[in-house]
Write a protein that binds this ligand. Structure first.
Ligand SMILES: Cc1cc2nc3c(=O)[nH]c(=O)nc-3n(C[C@H](O)[C@H](O)[C@H](O)COP(=O)(O)OP(=O)(O)OC[C@H]3O[C@@H](n4cnc5c(N)ncnc54)[C@H](O)[C@@H]3O)c2cc1C
Length: 387
């Protein structure tokens, strides 16, 4: 079964441990589908969230934003143009259905009526000394931003991911990123549970791991939005005078840009308090810990740990890791785990065993070659399949 575009979920009903879904296709025909699990990736107005009875708590910001897809004469093509004057204004190179997407805050005092080209041109004239001419709008609209999070990411067989679970201001550009992380976190767990390879309790770790990330994104974007829209004279000065001078310098310097981008985009995400990320009795003294994301590591290691499935990384003298010792872990799960012996690229100074989950996070890590802790982890989350 693939993606069915144009099909709408109109009703959900709990049916014992499963869910009965009423679907309506584009031509109006309806059908009923019984599902073991349903994931609501259906955006801010999520039907799944509403029908599963999950609250969506938070508030709307008072500001209104104007958005238009249109043509602009006078802008250098192919680049984002940000104007920090006034309440701020951005032109994104869209391409289709219009060359530009304009985004601006409705200026204080501007009438709260239908968005017209005249208002957008007036804002543009005020905010930039460049002579920009706006024309041929394909769409013009306004919207308000919210800061809201789902009270739970799961209710029985129903899960929420993406904007269905959290919405916030685009300051920091984290909405889509966070939603993709949700889906990545849930996807491998559902795949293992539905194929009978992992216990159903693995799905409980979805909310444990992702809800704190959602909350931290709501806090982060709220701070960024408050600074970005503040009318405090000092903050305005920093925003309109300092930021335009410093931002291009920061963006030109590739090193800092990488660091800034990583810091913002990952917001220090880790799952160190999750039962699906545990350390052995002797955790590493340095280097990544259980719950940290492995692809942050040097390139060679990234390449080895990337891809679906689990990856067992071992480091230290080869004598510590004879083939038979490692092979003893694999019966009944060899199709899901690949083993990698690390040399100088190991991020741990000591001999270490680390099990990387399919989403790239360290599920288990311990110093030394005793395998009891790792065996217990595997028995819990990836029990051996025999026969
Ligand atoms: C101005 C602006 C700028 C942004 N910039 C960034 C950025 O730079 N970086 C970033 O990471 N994020 C950004 N975002 C946020 C990002 O756009 C969203 O977080 C992201 O699109 C959410 O994806 P989603 O799939 O969860 O929800 P949506 O994109 O809302 O998709 C939900 C889908 O579900 C469908 N659907 C709804 N109800 C049903 C139903 N009952 N049955 C079937 N289907 C249904 C909808 O038709 C839709 O296709 C920005 C947002 C805005 C408003």
């Amino acid at each position: 079964m693939g993606i069915e575009r144009g099909t709408e979920l109109i009703r959900l009903e709990r049916n014992g441990p499963a869910v009965t879904c009423r679907l309506r296709s584009g031509d109006g025909t309806e059908e009923t589908v019984d599902a073991r699990y349903v994931v609501g990736c259906d955006g801010a107005h999520s039907t799944v969230r509403a029908q599963a009875g999950i609250g969506f708590e938070g508030y709307a910001y008072p500001q209104t934003f104007l958005l238009a897809d249109l043509e602009v004469d006078g802008l250098e093509p192919g680049a984002v143009h940000t104007y920090m004057t006034g309440s701020g204004m951005v032109f994104f190179p869209l391409g289709s259905p219009a060359t530009w997407r304009m985004l601006a805050m409705r200026p204080p005092g501007a009438p709260d009526t239908e968005v017209k080209l005249g208002l957008l041109q007036k804002i543009t004239d005020e905010y930039t000394p460049d002579r920009l001419v706006l024309r041929d709008p394909v769409c013009m609209t306004d919207f308000r931003l919210h800061n809201r999070g789902a009270a739970h990411y799961r209710s029985g067989p129903c899960f929420l991911a993406g904007d269905a679970a959290h919405i916030h201001s685009p300051a920091g550009a984290q909405g889509m990123n966070t939603g993709i992380q949700d889906a990545l976190n849930l996807g491998w767990k559902l795949a293992l549970v539905c194929s009978g390879r992992a216990p159903a309790e693995l799905l409980d770790t979805y909310e444990i791991e992702r809800a704190p990330v959602g909350r931290s994104v709501l806090r982060f974007t709220d701070r960024a939005f408050t600074i970005g829209t503040s009318r405090n004279p000092l903050i305005r000065l920093a925003r309109t005078r300092l930021a335009p001078r410093l931002a291009p310098l920061a963006l030109r310097a590739t090193g800092p840009r990488g660091r800034v981008f990583r810091t913002v985009s990952e917001l220090g995400i880790h799952y160190r308090r999750s039962p699906a990320s545990t350390a052995g009795s002797r955790p590493p003294r340095k280097g990544p810990q259980a719950g940290d994301r492995l692809p942050d590591l040097p390139r060679g290691l990234q390449a080895r740990s990337a891809g679906p499935g689990w990856h067992l990384l071992v480091s230290g003298p080869p004598a510590l890791w004879p083939d038979e010792r490692l092979a003893s872990l694999l019966p009944g799960r060899h199709d899901l785990i690949s083993v990698h012996r690390l040399g100088g690229e190991s991020p741990w100074p000591d001999p270490v065993q680390g099990l990387v989950r399919p989403d790239g996070y360290l599920g288990y890590v311990a110093r030394g070659a005793h395998l009891e802790g790792l065996r217990a982890y595997l028995e819990r989350w990836l029990p051996a399949q025999h026969g």
